[in-house]
Design a protein around this ligand. Structure first.
Ligand SMILES: [Zn+2]
Length: 86
């Protein structure tokens, strides 16, 4: 599943960028009696590259998971086209 994450302030150019993330989640359909409203935040440190000049930087991103949909893996899939560039 492709999700999007916004980096509010790029450490290279100080602009905001939106990246596409490929998020792999466990879907435990046998456990639907669990409270699915129970959201939990988890933080990941990932390497991003600035579209301005290709320099890379590390950033911490926060994603949400529930007990029935735990995140297994997160991969950066590049910059999202919706990013405004000015
Ligand atoms: Zn940048």
């Amino acid at each position: 599943m492709i999700e999007k994450i916004k980096i509010d302030k790029c450490p290279i150019c100080s602009k905001s960028h939106t990246y596409k993330l490929e998020v792999e989640r466990d879907q435990l359909i046998g456990m639907i009696t669990l409270e699915s409203s129970q959201y939990e935040t988890i933080k990941f440190m990932r390497i991003f590259s600035c579209p301005k000049n290709g320099s890379v930087f590390k950033a911490k991103i926060t994603l949400y998971q529930t007990p029935i949909s735990k995140i297994k893996a997160v991969k950066i899939r590049g910059i999202s086209n919706e990013t405004q560039d000015n």
